[in-house]
Design a protein around this ligand. Structure first.
Ligand SMILES: *Cc1c(COP(=O)(O)O)cnc(C)c1O
Length: 391
């Protein structure tokens, strides 16, 4: 080992903030709008403009946005929704929450994205919708997925938790016809601490989701505390409590102002990694498509077990213990989690591409609060480990 261990631990992910976020939150507190108020409306409008959506509904997580999208599409027991096993559990959990049955379609191993051919094989008379996940910040093959949906009369809800600023064939993710769910979790590309957004070009769909997001109350319930607001409301459904607060929206508005700069840094850092790993046989970054802009939420590499004398777990251990670098793995395929094994009889071997990628995947730090020196240190550490352990 020639590279010295970092003095301070480099976390795997951190939010990126300055005085703007701090002042925005103080402003929200002083305004006395501590729950949903004018900042949430402003954030919805500005976010919709960023992604080219007609309508946007701010909520307290991407999980809430996905759940509302399914409810607004009228999904319930007896329905089947096709999604990828290669995602965060919440994508699939929300299907379970509606009473519908999740059905998995395997991925393309080179990108981590759902394979449209596999989707097609899983369609039955009960299938109602598809949830593709724009893994790592790269768009799925939306032309093919939208075409399958159209031919079989299915809806598409896109999980864009990683994909703020991503595009597909010139259109921002969020700017098409589908409902799209975004995450503003602490370490996502744009953050409100906890938060999410549901976008759509269908006014009726968004209005239904909006009512469901606040106890099923109609008549602009959030407005009832302002001057001219009425105390009267109707409960139309047994809804949920999913609304965003003005304090969170203040963070979101500050982040929106700097999203372009944050995105450029992610691109610059991803480029540095790509160059550094080019000649390494044991390290294989995932494939990048030329069909759109990558949001670079994750920098995922494969630790090639056939080219190295160590596996991913050992590689990860060395990164953390010998170099002081935080790492992560995205994702443990959902069908391998005990809940799904026990309730849906899923087993290893069912989705081999997702399993193969999981076995070798390592996510290394990539976020705008890192310095260029941090990025170069991580790149050098990966190089050193890969060269020392080459077969
Ligand atoms: C983070 C994440 C979610 C959930 O986002 P929350 O805002 O935490 O609910 C959903 N899907 C994917 C792919 C994610 O990475």
């Amino acid at each position: 080992m020639s590279l010295k261990k970092r003095e301070n631990f480099l976390p795997y992910g951190l939010p990126c903030h300055d005085e703007a976020e701090i002042n925005g939150v103080i402003d929200a507190i002083k305004s006395n709008w501590w729950s949903r108020g004018p900042k949430v409306s402003e954030f919805e409008e500005k976010f919709a403009a960023l992604v080219g959506a007609k309508y946007a509904l701010a909520v307290n997580s991407c999980t809430a946005a996905l759940h509302l999208a399914l409810l607004s599409h009228g999904i319930g027991p007896g329905d089947e929704i096709i999604t990828t096993p290669y995602t965060f559990c919440s994508t699939v959990n929300t299907i379970v929450h509606t009473g519908a049955t999740p059905v998995f379609a395997d991925i393309d191993e080179s990108t981590g994205l759902i394979n449209p051919d596999e989707i097609e094989k899983k369609i039955t008379p009960k299938t109602k919708g598809i949830i593709p996940v724009h893994y790592a910040g790269q768009s799925c093959d939306m032309d093919r997925i939208n075409d399958i949906a159209k031919r079989h009369n299915l809806f598409v809800v896109e999980d864009a938790a990683h994909a703020v600023c991503a595009t597909y064939k010139g259109t921002p993710i969020g700017g098409g016809h589908n409902a799209v769910a975004f995450s503003f979790y602490a370490t996502k590309n744009l953050s409100t601490g906890e938060g999410g957004m549901l976008t759509s070009d269908d006014e009726e769909f968004i209005n239904k989701a909006r009512v469901m997001s606040l106890h099923g109350m109609s008549r602009n319930a959030w407005n009832r505390y302002s001057k001219g607001g009425s105390w009267r409301y109707d409960v139309e459904y047994a809804g949920h409590k999913y609304n965003m607060t003005d304090i969170a929206a203040a963070l979101g508005l500050a982040q929106l102002n700097k999203i372009d700069g944050m995105q450029s840094l992610r691109e610059e850092y991803a480029y540095i990694y790509g160059k550094a790993f080019e000649d390494l046989e044991g390290i294989e970054p995932l494939e990048i498509s030329d069909k759109g802009r990558h949001a670079w939420h994750l920098y995922a590499i494969r630790i090639k077990s056939d080219k190295l004398d160590i596996d991913r777990d050992e590689f990860a251990r060395i990164m953390t213990e010998d170099y002081n670098i935080g790492i992560s793995v995205h994702f443990i395929p959902v069908h391998l989690h005990p809940f799904y094994v026990n309730n849906y009889n899923t087993t290893r071997g069912q989705y081999p591409k997702a399993e193969n990628l999981f076995d070798e995947e390592l996510s290394i730090p990539l976020y705008p609060a890192m310095t260029k020196d941090d990025v170069e240190y991580v790149a050098e550490a990966v190089r050193e480990i890969a060269l020392q352990h080459a077969k």
